[in-house]
Design a protein around this ligand. Structure first.
Ligand code: GUN
Length: 299
């Protein structure tokens, strides 16, 4: 059996088109243009690429996009001052500080300084609490993207066993909450769990978010399972022409998994494209929340 690929690129494009429709409708009906401010500290090359993509995609769907670039040497109080200004700016509905931050800057201090109602990353403790309490408002983007992809192939998840490997605040914990809210029975596996392969083998839905290339092997997968690969790992792939060549791989040994799973997200082209699309969606959600407007249909 060959697994069906879940096409994250196509789902992300469809979501961006729905966001663009909602943005038009908000402008026409309420004169509202949702705005996203992205803060990049330092010059990490991968972060620069992400931030450029965020700005481009914001503009494509009609959102106001503001960018603040700060040197890696900035002191925490100066960064917190900028966040306070953005919290107070009525044109800014979403504030995102690109992670990771340079060494020496406390990520917790920065996340906690963002107003919870502008926290489009969904990482502020207030938003984590809202999600746990079933009052999800701004939910982390990658987990929402995963949930949308799972729902596209399993519209009714009630009673399914979901195993999430990885317990980060950014992915593992919020995706577990979303799966629980969708009535799955959820197991969280992590680096100290016993017999992770056996746990994985009992999963109807398996989410891998550990940041280790090819960690999940084909014989860890229950035949027919939905496999969601959150990993984006750059590994060497030297050729005769280019010995320094690299490629992106996920946390799942893809070729092995393909023969066993029912559905699987590829890397690249699976979960990755959904993250920015969900960020655009969160910006619209934040703007509607700020103005007390009901979210446009389709979002
Ligand atoms: N770096 C990698 N992923 C993310 C994300 O979802 N949000 C932020 N702020 N930084 C990131």
């Amino acid at each position: 059996m060959n697994a069906v690929l879940i096409d994250g690129k196509a789902h992300a494009l469809a979501l961006r088109q729905r966001v663009a429709g909602a943005v038009k409708q908000l402008y026409t009906a309420h004169g509202l243009q949702p705005g996203l401010a992205v803060v990049l500290v330092g010059d990490d090359p991968a972060s620069q690429v992400y931030v450029r993509n965020k700005a481009r995609q914001c503009e494509e769907v009609g959102l106001l996009s503001l960018e603040h670039r700060l040197p890696a040497t900035i002191a925490l109080p100066a960064l917190l001052d900028l966040i306070a200004q953005l919290n107070a700016d009525p044109l800014v509905h979403g504030v995102l500080v690109q992670l990771p931050l340079p060494a020496g800057l406390s990520e917790a201090a920065v996340i906690n300084a963002i107003h919870p109602d502008k926290d489009v990353d969904g990482l502020h403790p207030v938003n984590a609490g809202r999600l746990c309490n079933g009052q999800g408002f701004l939910v982390p983007c990658t987990p929402v993207g995963c949930a949308l992809l799972i729902r596209s192939v399993r519209p009714d998840m009630a009673g399914l066993h979901a195993v999430v490997i990885g317990r980060s605040n950014l992915v593992g914990k919020p995706i577990a909450q979303l799966l629980l809210a969708a009535n799955c029975t959820v197991t969280m596996a992590h680096s100290r769990s016993r017999d992770v392969p056996a746990l994985a083998r009992s999963a109807d839905i398996l989410v891998a978010a550990v940041g280790r290339p090819g960690f999940v092997r084909g014989d860890w997968i229950k035949p027919g399972a939905v496999v969601i690969d959150v990993g984006i790992n750059r590994v060497p792939a030297p050729t005769a022409d280019d010995p320094s060549k690299t490629r992106l791989v996920g946390d799942v040994a893809f070729d092995e998994a393909l023969a066993v799973a029912g559905f699987i997200t590829p890397v690249p082209g699976g979960v990755g494209p959904m993250t920015i699309a969900c960020l655009l969606r969160n910006t619209v959600i934040a703007a509607c929340g700020a103005r007390g407007i009901t979210l446009p249909l389709g979002l």
